[in-house]
Design a protein around this ligand. Structure first.
Ligand code: ZN
Length: 152
């Protein structure tokens, strides 16, 4: 796993434990290059569910994509990678406990929004303005990337 501080792959797991009431594992990691520490939340098994998009097309749920959308919304905001991982994990716990087989993409978006609201107002507004308008995480990421290229 890549170090979030210096991008080195030279990392080490220093502690691993189960997250309460979930199959997820919390890992404390140490980068051997820059010596910084960070925490990741991971699921040992890949759960699968189909996401129903606004155009009625289905695609497999993709955690990396969801995480990416949240990271973009939190860019330059005081939201740590640990908080983002937790947000993804909590959202997934809800997705997989409340839905079987399929889930509409806008439900996932609303779940994320409900949690982002309590974390960071700017990230919430960014996610809401783009996600609600496009109703699709792919379009959301594309749009944020456009903002990124256009601005600063
Ligand atoms: Zn590092």
């Amino acid at each position: 796993m890549r170090c979030p501080f210096c991008s080195s792959f030279n990392g080490q797991v220093v502690d691993s434990r189960h997250v309460e009431n979930s199959s997820a594992i919390r890992r404390r990691r140490l980068c051997l290059d820059c010596k910084k520490r960070w925490t990741t939340f991971e699921r040992p098994e890949e759960l699968s569910i189909m996401v129903i998009k606004s155009n009625n097309r289905r695609e497999p749920y993709n955690r990396a994509k969801l995480r990416e959308g949240i990271i973009r919304a939190c860019q330059k905001r005081p939201v740590s990678a640990e908080i983002i991982d937790k947000l993804v994990l909590e959202t997934e716990n809800e997705i997989f406990s409340e839905y079987i087989m399929e889930i509409p993409s806008q439900i996932i978006g609303e779940k994320v929004l409900g949690k982002l609201y309590a974390i960071d107002a700017v990230a919430y507004i960014r996610f809401a303005s783009v996600y609600r308008k496009f109703d699709d995480i792919d379009d959301f990421i594309d749009e944020i990337q456009k903002f990124k290229k256009g601005g600063s």
